[in-house]
Every structure is written in C-alpha cells, then in structure tokens.
Design a protein around this ligand. Sequence first.
Ligand code: HEC
Length: 187
Amino acid sequence: MIRKLLFISFILFLLSACDQQKKVADTTDYIKVGDSIAAISFDHLRTALQASMSTDGPAAAIAFCRQQAMPLTSKYNTDSITVMRVAEKFRNPSNALKNPDSTAWSQYKTAIANGDSIFSKTVVTDSAIHYYKPILLQPLCSNCHGVAGKDIPASLVTVIDSLYPGDMAKDFLVGELRGMWHIRFDK
Ligand code: HEC
C-alpha cells in the first residue's frame, strides 16, 4: 500500500516536472498513474464492500454503497486529478457517461463484442488527459448487479429500487462491461 502511494507520488512528481519544462508528458505515463490510482481505489471499494456485506448483509451494504461509494471513489482526488466511475446503465445518475466518455465506451463495447483484448487508454482533449479502464462484472458483483429475481433476491431488488428509482444497473452477466474508471488529469 505504502509502496503504491510512493509510486503514485513519484509519477506525479515526474509529470509535474515535465509540465514545468513545458514538455507534453507521454500518455503512457498517464496510463501508469491511472492504472495505479484505479487499482488502489478499487481495492478500497471492494474491501469496504465485502466488510459491509459480511457484517451487515447485502441490504445494509447497498445503503453503505449509497453513502460511501462516491467518497471512496474520489479519495485520491487532487486539485488537478478527478477519479470517477462512469457507466451507460448507471445506478447513481451522477455516474452517467459524459463527454468524452462515450467514445471510449463504444470502443470497449466493440472490442468486447469482437473478442479483442481491452486495455486502459487515454483520450486527450484541449483541457485534460482522460484515462479510462474498463470495469467488468465479477461473480461478487452479481449480488447487486446481476439478474433481478435470480442473482439479486426479490427483497433486495425492492431495497435497490427504493434507494435508486430508475436504477439501470441490474441484469448484468459475469464478464460484461459494467462501467469504466475515468480519471481526469487537468492540463
Ligand atoms: C452490496 C451491493 C453491491 C455490490 C456487491 C456491488 N455493487 Fe456496484 N453499486 C452498488 C450501488 C448501491 C451503487 C451506486 C453507488 C452510488 O450511489 O454512488 C453501485 C455503483 C457501481 C458503479 C458506478 C456506476 C453506477 O452504476 O452508478 C459501478 C461501476 C459498479 N457499481 C460496479 C460494481 C462492481 C464491478 C462490483 C463487483 C466488484 C460491484 N459493483 C458490486 C451496489 C453494489
């Protein structure tokens, strides 16, 4: 954990040194930093989620997610770095795809449909470097994002729908594209 943080700090230092020299840092640097931030953020979310599920059960874990998913996702935000999770079929409307997410989203969808490998990528705009990493559904996630009435018991569907009216994040199968990490590095 400490080593990961040191690594992130080191890369951030390199990136800022590049900026000072008015050089455009190679986007592979942003992929490395993005991969580290996404991995560490996912660790936090998954550990907190599993703890909440085993202590209090899935219904309480959903309420926990509602309060903690956003703050845990943005734990490593800085003045110029914003960490987000976005999805086409979202549960929390704050996580809807925005510009320029849709381009990366449709590229991942096409690659998965064609059976191609998928990797982290960047999209460069005038104001920022946008890092993306696909989030695929794992068996653990089916409890709350799987098929309603089968993977998600009917009682839990009621809890989800009462907390998230208009929820679209059910009926996913393991391996499907559930969402993307989106980390914006402001220029
Ligand atoms: C205990 C139920 C639960 C489990 C298990 C769960 N999630 Fe979620 N998930 C939620 C809730 C609730 C939200 C909305 C959080 C919020 O309000 O920000 C959410 C939001 C998300 C989002 C953000 C986009 C959106 O729909 O708002 C992604 C991506 C996501 N989950 C992926 C996963 C993945 C991948 C797993 C498995 C590793 C997983 N979830 C396991 C309940 C769960």
